[in-house]
Design a protein around this ligand. Structure first.
Ligand SMILES: [Zn+2]
Length: 327
């Protein structure tokens, strides 16, 4: 939000063809599938086989479950770190009545992040106004914090026996990089309900893990209007969209993986071709700019970016009409 605004001093400069771009908050830093996947891999490498020393809660509001308690995970051994859509899942084998591992699952929302430390401060976490929502201490003194900046507290942490006990995980749609996601599956999803394709891509119950940023990138790669209606796509167009989903996400996962958590947000921003780049030249295709500039459509608390030449037959999208349509 504010940090995103600071990243380009010219962000609020009025630009022809980009209506209402002032006051719009760019959310290119919200972690989506590639960043969350990279975080999962990062945490997996560092936590595998370690014992959980204890889990400390800094923001009571972030913890959405009462039982099991964070204390129930203490003494257990980390069995793995998984990703479900935009959720992270720390699996801990514990010697508890009822058996089975426990899971600490969390969603970072807009302003949440994971901060790793090889040597955490030994001072116990005290609930308060710091951005620290939850701290996981491991037996070698390392560990990580789940943090949340700002005042709109949306980070959600659940301690559960099964991730499917979290409704928003149980209802996730298909993982777009899994073998289950095929052209046929996408064709079915497109036909199930006639809606704007941007909305379908972002709907977690349809396809898991894609948000505002990568849907902009995918639609640019597919040279498709964000407001194209899903039942208007012919077979060739669905295939083009399918390839764009797989290519954009695969490339982004490759770019993100192996980076430390602290670098992922900047790496994501740099990798964006149109998202968050209103007013800049469209990068075009195969290294040849198309000659147009990236345009923007603003909504109450977000915006999307696209290129008219590449995606909408050269016509800028009308802002007001489309704001109403997307609601
Ligand atoms: Zn273009």
């Amino acid at each position: 939000m504010h940090s995103a605004r600071r990243r380009r001093a010219d962000e609020d400069r009025p630009t022809a063809g980009c209506p209402r771009r002032a006051r719009v908050r760019h959310d290119g830093h919200v972690p989506e599938l590639p960043e969350v996947e990279a975080l999962a891999r990062f945490l997996r490498e560092r936590t595998a086989g370690r014992a959980v020393d204890r889990i400390e809660v800094g923001a009571i509001s972030a913890l959405k479950t009462f039982r099991p308690t964070p204390d129930d995970l203490a003494g257990g051994t980390v069995a793995g770190v998984a990703r479900h859509g935009k959720w992270l899942d720390l699996t801990v084998d514990v010697d508890a009545p009822g058996g089975g591992p426990l899971h600490l699952v969390w969603h970072l929302a807009r302003a949440g992040w994971v901060r790793w430390s090889d040597a955490l401060s030994p001072t116990p976490v005290r609930p308060g106004k710091s951005p620290l929502a939850l701290r996981v201490r491991l037996d070698d003194g390392s560990g990580f914090d789940i943090t949340e900046a700002g005042t709109r507290k949306k980070v959600a942490v659940h301690a559960v026996h099964d991730p499917a006990q979290v409704e928003r995980i149980a209802t996730l749609g298909v993982e777009p990089l899994s073998d289950d996601f095929t052209v046929e599956r996408l064709t079915e999803l497109m036909a199930a309900r006639n809606q704007q394709v941007k909305g379908l891509l972002r709907d977690q119950g349809t396809i898991a893990g894609i948000g505002n940023a990568y849907s902009d990138e995918i639609l640019h790669a597919a040279r498709t209007s964000p407001f194209a209606l899903t039942r208007s796509f012919d077979a060739e167009h669905v295939t083009t969209l399918y390839r764009a989903i797989r290519d954009v996400l695969t490339e982004a996962v490759l770019t993100a993986s192996g980076r430390p958590a602290a670098e992922l947000k900047d790496a994501k921003r740099r990798g964006m071709r149109v998202h968050g780049r209103a007013g800049e030249p469209c990068p075009g295709w195969n290294g040849i700019p198309c000659g147009d500039t990236v345009h923007e459509v603003s909504f109450a608390d977000s915006s999307l970016q696209y290129c008219p030449t590449c995606q909408t037959g050269g016509k800028p999208l009308a802002d007001r009409r489309l704001s109403r349509l997307l609601k």
